[in-house]
Design a protein around this ligand. Structure first.
Ligand code: HAM
Length: 434
């Protein structure tokens, strides 16, 4: 049998699990620091929640299956449609504003390359019910807060920000109709990843003549697509788009994160539902795939037959961030660690050792953190006890040697300093059993 997990997926043996847990704890802390509540939904979902018609990669990459009753299901590729489902289910009782966060596993049939897997965990924060850029500013500040908590700075990461509203005005000035907006966004997002000629052909497939297609690419920041300047975009939408970006940067300054962010017309995002601000976080050197991305999506609920609610949010994966932290030497020490290792010597000591381990487990540290206690259930000698205690990363070993135990004493060895003390077992059991 092949001992590897399926291509593009990962096992999490204890070392990897500890790192993941550390990362998730950073996600959770920021979620709480900004007053967001955590939620989750099943990884398995009804397929039609994810199928959209704009030609997005995420839909093409869907893992689909039929259950034994013929239901058409899919593994979720992202969390946003499920958030929409939950919000729709609340109806009028949805609290406004709603601040929700999630850390969930997502599945996409991607070409497994550096930074992209077929399964990843994604931390999401979403803010619903606020239509001003104050929402985006808070979300971007939260993203930065989390990156800072991992030791990253603005010299490591840049958040590239754009406005689809401004892009929409430019596309309209270039002759792109409103009905083509979503599929055109999905295509121009591929600028830099797909050759220009191939994109022009695909835009032609949407019914754009060559000049319009070139204008569309130029409007999204492809400077070489046209001989002349890109169409600027006129009217209220363009003005509003520009003004909202200005306001957003002012708000980012209030949060003290402006130096992390930069305007970039090339950031369009490959998901069709974004309607306003969009942003994506990249390593400054530009060597890795996107670390995180998000945007405003004010019209998603009506896609599912509900009443629209202003909404913005982001997804932050667990793959690229680890690559970046590793490169910067910022990964935490995740070697195994426990507090107490309790070792009996011979069958006679096992009963006393069990009582001691139980008492220690019932005696948390002063700040309430539970003590991590490993009991050696197969008694042995000193060599075995110390070897296993070191392997467990124990801070202290409780050594129930026959000579000490005969006097009702336990030997306690501090494995960091080597210091040894003896204490009456009874005292320990009574004190700890409080
Ligand atoms: P997304 O840009 O498709 O957005 O994904 C967000 C992040 O998830 C990416 O920046 C990346 O960190 C991670 N990610 C995505 N696909 C993979 C993959 N195959 N392997 C590893 N990491 C991956 C969304 O999913 C939106 N639903 C985010 C959002 C929430 N927008 C509003 N609210």
């Amino acid at each position: 049998m092949d001992a590897q997990p399926p291509r593009g997926t990962r096992d999490f043996p204890p070392d990897a699990w500890r790192l993941r847990d550390w990362l998730f704890s950073r996600f959770r802390r920021t979620t709480e620091a900004f007053g967001y509540e955590l939620y989750d939904a099943p990884v398995l979902e009804r397929r039609d929640w994810f199928t959209r018609k704009a030609g997005e990669e995420i839909v093409e990459q869907l893992y689909t299956l039929e259950d034994k009753s013929g239901r058409e299901l899919a593994l979720r590729p992202e969390l946003t449609p499920q958030l929409a489902r939950l919000v729709l289910g609340m109806g009028r009782s949805m609290p406004v504003p709603l601040r929700w966060g999630a850390i969930g596993q997502c599945w996409r049939y991607e070409r497994a390359t550096r930074g992209r897997k077929r399964e990843h965990y994604q931390w999401n924060l979403d803010l619903l019910g606020v239509d001003g850029v104050e929402a985006e500013a808070e979300l971007i500040a939260a993203m930065v807060h989390c990156m800072r908590s991992m030791g990253l700075g603005p010299e490591d990461v840049v958040l590239r920000v754009n406005s689809r509203r401004l892009l929409g005005a430019r596309l309209a000035a270039a002759g792109v109709g409103a009905a083509q907006f979503e599929p055109v966004c999905v295509l121009v997002d591929k600028l830099g990843k797909v050759p220009r000629e191939a994109l022009l052909e695909q835009l032609g497939g949407l019914g754009l003549d060559e000049q319009t297609a070139r204008c569309a690419l130029a409007a999204a920041g492809d400077e070489g697509a046209l001989d002349g300047p890109a169409p600027e975009g006129e009217g209220d939408d363009a003005r509003e788009g520009r003004a909202s970006l200005d306001r957003l940067f002012e708000r980012l300054d209030d949060y003290g994160v402006a130096e992390w962010a930069a305007y970039d017309p090339k950031v369009v995002r490959g998901l069709s539902y974004y309607t306003g601000t969009v942003w994506e976080a990249f390593d400054r050197k530009g060597e890795l795939r996107a670390v995180a991305g998000g945007g405003r999506y004010d019209r998603l609920l009506s896609v599912y037959g509900g009443k629209d609610v202003p909404a913005a949010g982001f997804g932050f994966g667990d793959v690229v961030i680890v690559e970046l932290l590793e490169e910067r030497g910022l990964l935490p020490d995740t070697t195994r660690q426990i507090d107490e290792y309790v070792a009996p010597f011979g069958e006679d000591g096992l009963a006393a050792a069990t009582r001691l381990a139980t008492a220690l487990r019932g005696d948390p540290f002063e700040d309430g953190t539970p003590r991590r206690v490993e009991l050696q259930i197969e008694p042995g000698g000193m060599k075995k006890a110390l070897k296993l205690a070191a392997r467990a990363g124990a801070r202290r070993a409780w050594l129930l040697t026959p000579s000490e135990l005969a006097n009702g004493q336990v030997l306690r060895k501090d494995l960091e300093t080597g210091e040894q003390t003896t204490t009456p077992l009874d005292e320990l059991l009574q004190a700890r059993a409080r």
